[in-house]
Design a protein around this ligand. Structure first.
Ligand code: 3HC
Length: 313
């Protein structure tokens, strides 16, 4: 009798999603964050399939390559077995066909932070996907409420904010808007646990919890550089050895991407000009204008060789 229940629900037009989780999950965008989200979702074994979508084949290929390299690293370090790695990779369908997302239960969007792009994406997803599909944005600083309006399904919309590197960082902030259905929120919150992460809940406020605290502190470190209070290296050593942080603030800004940091702060300042903790250091603007974006470009406040940090510039 119990076995027939899901079929009955489907026949009556209910979502195939059960309290046990989502059968089919989609990830849109396989960049720095998206490839990691796709990887952890697949590795959790919590889903029948994971659909990895990129609009262009070259971005799909580079995302696939990133996942492959990360999994390979985990196998070499004996964190996972080769069999588990193969199972994870096999559960991902890589595609440039957006229609492959139409019957997914849950979609995490991790495309670049451009509201025009997200508006077009959510407008079309709202038309393509089945009505029950829950949308979740991994945005770090844009309004979840605004995106939910584009999607035409405000009650089925949340934020799920991961941290870099996704494979190692345990936290995910789950964001609710005024319109998010509490059941939808709970499903997203539970999903975070099912993929082996720890969820915290937050309203749709600038920077949510972590970035609201972290990014202003990174900016304060860079304002110290502007004022020549201390060197980049000494600021970083201080916060590592004096405050027990795994990376100093300027090392971390380079690691996140200086363009990303700048984008976050500029957006906040535009929207909240009277908030004193949102400040823009001159040295950050200079670096980004010079194309020195940190780890991703090989040079920022430090030299970088791939993921390995070198000396200060
Ligand atoms: N996949 C698989 N393995 C990985 C990996 C990846 N993507 N990245 C690193 N690893 C492995 C390394 O190979 C290494 O393995 P080993 O211990 O067996 O040698 C292990 O993970 C640890 O890596 P590291 O040697 O680089 O050493 P660390 O001990 O310094 O750990 C770290 C790295 C976890 C990144 C740590 O330095 C840290 O916690 N840094 C702070 C990160 C942080 O604050 N992130 C949040 C940024 S804010 C954000 O993302 C929000 C956004 O909206 C801006």
């Amino acid at each position: 009798m119990f076995r027939k229940f899901p079929q009955l629900m489907q026949r009556r037009g209910f979502s195939s999603t059960t309290s046990a989780g989502f059968d089919k999950v989609g990830v849109i965008g396989l960049g720095l964050m998206g490839h990691g989200i796709c990887q952890v979702a697949a590795a959790s074994g919590a889903h029948q399939s994971v659909i990895a979508y990129e609009q262009e084949q070259r971005f799909l290929d580079s995302g696939k390559d990133r996942i492959f390299k990360s999994i390979d690293k985990l196998v070499q370090k004996e964190k996972i077995t080769a069999t588990k790695a193969e199972e994870s990779m096999n559960s991902i369908t890589f595609t440039t066909d957006v229609d492959a997302l139409q019957d997914t239960d849950f979609i995490v969007e991790a495309v670049i932070e451009n509201m025009d792009l997200k508006r077009d994406l959510y407008t079309s997803l709202g038309n393509i996907c089945k009505p029950e599909t829950i949308f979740a944005s991994n945005t770090s600083s844009l309004s979840i409420t605004e995106m939910s309006e584009f999607s035409g399904r405000e009650e089925n919309f949340v934020g799920v904010h991961f941290f870099n590197p996704v494979q190692l960082m345990k936290l995910v902030e789950v964001i609710r808007t005024e319109k998010t259905d509490p059941e939808v929120f709970q499903k997203a919150y539970d999903w975070v646990g099912q993929i082996g992460k720890v969820a915290v809940s937050c309203g749709d406020t600038p920077g949510f919890i972590v970035n609201r605290l972290l990014v202003p502190s990174l900016m304060q470190a860079l304002l110290m550089v502007d004022r020549q209070d201390a060197t980049v290296k000494d600021i970083d050593i201080s916060m590592q050895l004096g405050a027990g942080h795994p990376m100093g603030p300027i090392h971390l800004a380079d690691y996140i991407g200086l363009d990303t940091c700048l984008f976050i702060v500029q957006g906040w300042i535009e929207k909240y000009p009277d908030e004193p903790s949102f400040a823009l250091p001159g040295c950050l603007v200079e670096k980004v204008n010079a194309g020195e974006l940190g780890r991703k470009s090989g040079k920022g406040f430090y030299h970088w060789d791939g993921d390995k940090r070198g000396d200060p510039v």
